[in-house]
Structures are given as structure tokens and as C-alpha cells.
Design a protein around this ligand. Structure first.
Ligand SMILES: Cc1cc2nc3c(=O)[nH]c(=O)nc-3n(C[C@H](O)[C@H](O)[C@H](O)COP(=O)(O)OP(=O)(O)OC[C@H]3O[C@@H](n4cnc5c(N)ncnc54)[C@H](O)[C@@H]3O)c2cc1C
Length: 404
């Protein structure tokens, strides 16, 4: 058995972000990921939008402001893991014009400077944009390459002393309910580690992981499909300006566009249906914005799982914070902390919130430094790709950009 201060379960963006933040504060951390490489879950299966916050500006202004802040930070510290494609919101004839105005106002409210554009200007920026587009505006969306981001974050954590194990599925967490006891975490054939604090960053599997410690976490995973097609000159991220619905976003990824998505609740994150109608609907809906898509063959599809969490469970489960993400300190398993929800774009901020909580528990009085310290390899795509390969972190979201 090895000993550490903190075990982090899950090697997606959130888990490596927590490991990095804690390591930079001088905390001894061991990360356990069940996959053969990092980035094996949702992080490697998103659209890869570096959100500006515009998508959520009217429905969740606080979450949107977090996105805007983190979008700016990642451009500073993670060049090469993110790309500045820009983004547009477009309204088609028949879409609600009041919603468009509310969205534009809400973007301004959170401190963004959206740029209204005429239909002709919009069509100049986006190849193949529909004649049905009546108005739109530009926002600072970008593209994030999760393979590089996760690998560079893990590399930085390792530089500061974190230990990272892949092929280490956690199968047992011994939390005996005594607040002053350490927790023992057992993996299949991998290491057994004892720690003062265990952070559950297992994304859609977080409910399963919490149950290993006898704690409850009501996660309802929902699946969404992403459809990649050849579309070399899309330009910016193109969002449809209407209430969230299936097939309302197209994201430029190298020579391809990634179209998304759907939202269907699943019972088991390890076994769920993948239906053709999701692919068809996503393509059809996106083709309303970008008509050439109707005749473009589908190159590849992949599904991701959102870990939906009901914030009112916080009062039932323990204490913590809840916003677009939740940090839950489980009363039934002292020392176990779960982090759920959020976005790839806000992974650093989520990690900071978790690390603040953990440092409070451990009595560590070091500030967070992750917003200032650049990630290793930034500005050097070849080095970032090497790191992605070294950590086995190349996932479907950017397989077309990050070399195998
Ligand atoms: C369809 C879809 C599209 C999205 N698009 C975007 C987007 O464009 N932009 C954006 O910012 N966000 C997007 N998101 C959200 C974003 O992808 C997620 O919020 C984020 O990636 C979650 O990261 P995570 O590390 O919390 O979870 P994950 O990446 O799922 O990581 C959890 C890890 O835990 C591991 N694990 C599970 N069980 C165990 C165990 N027992 N032992 C050890 N390890 C275990 C898994 O293998 C996995 O690697 C999207 C999400 C979905 C579903």
C-alpha cells in the first residue's frame, strides 16, 4: 500500500486539473484512471468548443461568466490546446427574434462585446451559410483540443510531483465513517493507496464511484452524439440562436466540422444505446444553418455523456458549492469529495474550487496558481501531441487534429 495526501479518481479534464492544482500548491497527489490512457471519458468526447459563455448567457449568467473568464485564461496559459476560431450566433427566418435580442443583451450583461453582423457579413465569414439566416453576431468562442489539454495538464501535475496511474480502475473505497481516519482506495490489479482525502472526479461514473464508499450521488447521465463530416473551410463555431435543441452547433476541427448534438437520459454510463435517429437529426438540423451538410457523407460519429446532477441534492448529501458544477463533501463518507457537472472550458475553475476545499480540509494555506502558470509544451503543437500520445490521451473529439 502506498500513502499520499490526496487520491484523485478519474483522469479526465477535471481529475487532471485537480491533480495539477493540488500539486502546484505542494500537496502530495496520486491520480487513478481506469482507462488505458487519460482522457478516456467525456472529456475526449465533447464538441471541443472553448465556450465564450454566449450559449448560456440568458439561462445561466453565472456559468456563462465563468466560461468567459476561463476562455480568456486558457488562451493565455494553453496556446495550442485551444484555437481562436471565433464563433457566431445566427438566427434563421422563423426563429424567435425576441430570443435573439435577449441573447445579445445577456452576452453584453456578462461583459462580452458581441459584434452584430449583417446577413451578407455572416455569409462572408462562413462557407455555405444558409440564405435563410436573417441576423447574427460574433462572439469569442474558440476550439479546445481535449487530448492536448488533458495531457499538458497531467504533465504539469507530474512536474510538481503528482503520481499518475492509468489502467487503475477503483473497485473499493474504504471509508469507515470516522472523520479522523484515512481512506483506503483499491484498484483492480493496480495500486492500493491510502489518503487523507479522496476526490471523486469520475464524471458520469461519479455516482458509481461514490457508491463504492457507501455514499450517494444522484447522477443522471445523458448522452449526446457528435457527427464529424469533411468541411475544410467552416471558419468559426456556428451556433443557432434559438432555445437549446438538437443539432444546433457546428464546430471547426481541422479539415472537418463536428456537428452536435442530442440529449437522451441513459441508465448505465457503461452500456447505452446509440441510435441512428440521433445522427440523422443532428445532420438535418445543422443543415438548416449549413445546407451543404445535407449531401456531405458522415465520416465518424461518437457519443459523450453529460453527468447531470440535481443541485438540491447538496442538502441531502452533504455540504459544498453548487453552480454550473457542484463540489460535494459527503457526510456519510468523511474525506470523500465529489465534483460533478461543469464544462471542459471551466475545468480549471472547477479544479480550483475543489483544491480550495481540499486545502481547507488539509490545513494547506497556499494560493491557487493555475491561472498564471502556462502549461508545458504550449505554443508547440508537436510537443503537445507527443504528450497526448505519451499519456494515451488521444480521444475521438480531436483525433483528426492530434496526430496518432
Ligand atoms: C455531448 C457533449 C458535448 C460537450 N461539449 C462540450 C464543449 O463543446 N465544450 C465544453 O467546454 N464542454 C463540453 N462538454 C462538457 C465536457 O465534456 C465535460 O463537462 C467534461 O469533459 C467532463 O470532464 P470530467 O473530467 O469531469 O469527466 P470525464 O472526462 O468523463 O472523466 C471521468 C474519468 O473517470 C474515469 N473513471 C470512471 N470510473 C472510474 C473508476 N472506477 N476508477 C478510475 N477511473 C474511473 C473515466 O474513465 C474517465 O476518464 C460536453 C459534454 C457532452 C456530453
Amino acid at each position: 500500500m502506498t500513502e499520499t495526501e490526496v487520491v484523485v479518481i478519474g483522469g479526465g479534464a477535471t481529475g487532471v486539473g485537480v491533480a495539477r492544482d493540488l500539486a502546484l500548491r505542494g500537496v502530495d497527489v496520486t491520480l487513478l484512471e481506469r482507462g488505458p490512457g487519460l482522457n478516456a471519458g467525456t472529456s475526449g468526447r465533447s464538441h471541443g468548443v472553448l465556450h465564450s459563455g454566449a450559449r448560456y448567457a440568458e439561462s445561466d449568467p453565472e456559468g456563462a461568466a465563468d466560461c468567459l473568464q476561463e476562455n480568456r485564461i486558457l488562451r493565455d496559459i494553453a496556446e495550442g490546446c485551444v484555437a481562436d476560431s471565433g464563433g457566431l450566433f445566427v438566427r434563421l427566418g422563423g426563429d424567435d427574434a425576441d430570443y435573439f435580442d435577449r441573447k445579445l443583451d445577456a452576452c453584453r450583461e456578462i461583459g462580452m462585446d458581441p459584434e452584430p453582423l449583417s446577413p451578407a457579413e455572416l455569409r462572408e465569414r462562413v462557407s455555405g451559410l444558409s440564405e435563410a439566416v436573417e441576423e447574427g453576431f460574433a462572439i469569442p468562442d474558440g476550439v479546445v483540443y481535449p487530448s492536448r489539454l488533458v495531457a499538458a495538464t497531467a504533465a504539469n501535475a507530474r512536474e510538481y510531483g503528482a503520481t499518475i496511474h492509468t489502467d487503475a480502475p477503483v473497485v473499493e473505497i474504504d471509508a469507515d465513517g470516522e472523520a479522523d481516519r484515512r481512506l483506503t482506495v483499491r484498484t483492480g490489479d493496480g495500486p492500493t493507496v491510502s489518503a487523507d482525502v479522496v476526490v471523486n472526479a469520475a464524471g458520469p461514473w461519479a455516482g458509481k464511484v461514490a457508491s463504492l464508499a457507501g455514499a450517494e450521488l444522484g447522477i443522471r447521465p445523458t448522452r449526446g452524439v457528435m457527427v464529424a463530416v469533411d468541411y475544410p473551410d467552416l471558419g468559426p463555431v456556428v451556433n443557432r440562436c434559438r432555445e437549446p435543441a438538437d443539432g444546433d452547433i457546428a464546430v471547426p476541427h481541422g479539415e472537418q466540422a463536428v456537428l452536435g448534438t442530442t440529449s437522451v437520459t441513459v441508465d448505465d454510463p457503461d452500456e447505452f444505446e446509440r441510435d441512428d435517429w440521433e445522427v440523422q437529426r443532428t445532420v438535418e438540423e445543422c443543415a438548416a444553418m449549413l445546407p451543404p451538410l445535407a449531401d456531405t457523407p458522415v465520416e465518424r460519429t461518437y457519443w459523450g455523456l453529460r453527468p447531470l446532477y440535481e443541485p438540491d441534492e447538496l442538502s441531502r448529501e452533504g455540504r459544498g458549492i453548487s453552480r454550473d458544477f457542484a463540489v460535494v463533501a459527503h457526510d456519510s463518507a468523511p474525506g470523500l469529495v465529489s465534483v460533478v457537472g461543469g464544462k471542459l472550458t471551466t475545468y480549471r475553475l472547477m479544479a480550483e474550487a475543489v483544491a480550495d476545499h481540499v486545502c481547507g480540509t488539509l490545513g494547506v494555506d497556499e494560493p491557487c496558481r493555475t491561472a498564471e502558470e502556462p502549461l508545458p509544451g504550449v505554443g508547440d503543437p508537436a510537443r503537445l501531441d507527443e504528450l497526448a500520445r505519451e499519456f494515451g490521451a488521444v480521444g475521438p473529439a480531436d483525433a483528426d487534429v492530434v496526430g496518432e
